[in-house]
Design a protein around this ligand. Structure first.
Ligand code: ZN
Length: 220
């Protein structure tokens, strides 16, 4: 179903408040966007408005093609180039969530890759990569993030944070939570010493099972 602009702004504001409540962002860091209707417009979180009290009218509307703002009281996030680059490179992506969540960011600081320590890794990537450090808000960072993301659902940003994407905002949000949980799981397990990871064959098997992941109506 295609999203209208009003509905998209509501979704973005609600996701922003929920990201804050679940401690995936702090203060005004991180950002969220969704692609509207036929894809010509994006609803994107504004720069500098605290996530805890974000409302729909705070959310900026911008054109995908050139980033021009068409509505909203506040200027869009400084990471707008990142969001636009992902939508341009990935027609399948309808929502982008960028966080500075604690464990995903810590993992990107260690320089160690996210490993398949649990089958849920299959919901994020094959494999999940870490994009090299580039200053926030630049088109160079956007390019590195797009390259690191590839066809995946998540990418870590070295010494910065993480980006997840989805076919809708719920999907992108859920991936942000799964990524944070997996990073915490891996770092916690590795604190005890060398840990076990799933083999390529085990992950391939898990990916087949996960292909139908999501809510399923009981057949009558
Ligand atoms: Zn950031």
């Amino acid at each position: 179903m295609e999203l209208g602009a009003a509905q998209a702004r509501e979704q973005v504001a609600e996701a922003a408040r929920r990201l804050y409540e679940r401690r995936l962002v702090v203060a005004t860091s991180g950002n969220v966007s969704v692609r509207i209707g036929d894809g010509g417009l994006l609803a994107v979180t504004p720069s500098g408005v605290p996530y805890a009290r974000m409302v729909a009218s705070d959310v900026a509307l911008v054109r995908l093609v050139d980033g021009a703002q068409v509505d909203g009281a506040w200027t869009p996030t400084s990471e707008l180039p990142l969001h636009r680059a992902i939508y341009t490179a990935r027609p399948d992506v309808m929502a982008v969530v960028h966080t500075h969540s604690l464990y995903a960011t810590m993992l990107g600081i260690t320089g160690r890759p996210l490993k398949p320590v649990h089958y849920a890794y299959g919901l994020l990537g094959d494999p999940v990569r870490t994009a090299p450090y580039v200053r926030y808000g630049t088109s160079a960072l956007a390019n590195e993030a797009v390259a690191g993301l590839g066809a995946n659902g998540a990418v870590l940003l070295q010494n910065h944070g993480a980006v997840t994407v989805g076919a809708d905002l719920e999907g992108a949000f859920e991936r942000a939570e799964i990524l944070e949980w997996l990073a915490a799981l891996q770092m916690g397990a590795e604190a005890f010493g060398p840990s076990l990871v799933l083999s390529d064959a085990q992950m391939a098997e898990a990916r087949v099972a996960l292909a139908g992941y999501g809510p399923e109506r009981r057949s009558e």
